[in-house]
Design a protein around this ligand. Structure first.
Ligand SMILES: [Zn+2]
Length: 253
């Protein structure tokens, strides 16, 4: 095993992990917004139902008031019976009473209908109100957890960067400079595996002789096309070293 190559592979494994962590962190605010929206939509439904119930209750009150007024009219009408002088007047009075009675019955039917709906709606509003409160506290809990997750990611990224710094110090200055420049210019990928003679990052074949040399693991080599450092994953020690550094760096977190 080439120590320098091992460090490079570890450095890349850490860089990949860091990218994944930052991506995860980036998703958190979106997730928070989505969760808040879901809650607001549900709460809006509740507010609407509640308003519907209040309207209905007001309607009920209005109907009761109207019935009371009609009943007053009716009793005035009945009192007037004593004052009438002609049959015509009497018939007109009876007709008015009939009309008022029908009106009252109609309104009373409406009151019953209204009360039934109020009863159903009250139950629904109560149920929704309870669920709103449950969802509100669940949301609060989830948002707290997401904030904690953000902090935990920050801590992990910090640990990764510290480990990267320590590894960089073990690299030969020339290798280190090249690695840093590749990281900066090549999308954060400075090290590439080569499988079946093909660089897995730029997908270009190595000259057969170079692939044979790579498998011999004698020195640090670069892809002739993308210039990244290359290794052969058939050398499991490198794969193990990459896993180890990730564990060492992140399990303590
Ligand atoms: Zn390449």
């Amino acid at each position: 095993m080439n120590e320098q190559l091992k460090y490079l592979i570890q450095l890349q494994a850490l860089e990949d992990r860091k990218k994944a962590l930052l991506k995860e962190k980036e998703e958190i605010p979106k997730l928070k917004i989505r969760k808040e929206r879901e809650f607001q939509e549900f709460e809006a439904q509740y507010v609407m139902k509640k308003a519907e119930l209040e309207n209905l209750q007001k309607h009920h009150k209005d109907l009761e008031k109207e019935i009371a007024e009609l009943e007053q009219k009716l009793s005035r009408c009945i009192q007037k019976e004593r004052e009438v002088k002609t049959n015509e007047e009497y018939r007109a009075l009876l007709k008015e009473q009939e009309y008022l009675k029908v009106e009252i019955v109609e309104k009373e039917d409406k009151v019953l209908e209204c009360m039934e709906r109020v009863e159903i709606l009250s139950k629904e509003v109560k149920r929704l109100g309870k669920e709103v409160e449950e969802r509100r506290s669940r949301l609060k809990q989830e948002l707290t957890e997401l904030d904690e997750a953000t902090l935990s990611i920050d801590a992990k990224v910090e640990a990764v960067e510290k480990a990267q710094k320590e590894i960089k110090e073990k690299l030969d200055p020339q290798v280190r400079r090249r690695c840093e420049s590749l990281m900066a210019r090549q999308g954060g990928i400075a090290v590439a595996p080569v499988e079946k003679g093909i660089c897995k990052v730029c997908h270009v074949s190595l000259p057969p002789q170079q692939f044979i040399e790579l498998q011999k693991d004698t020195m640090v080599m670069n892809c002739p096309h993308c210039h990244r450092f290359i290794y052969w994953p058939g050398h499991e020690v490198y794969i193990e070293a990459a896993k180890e550094i990730i564990q060492e760096t992140l399990v303590v977190q």
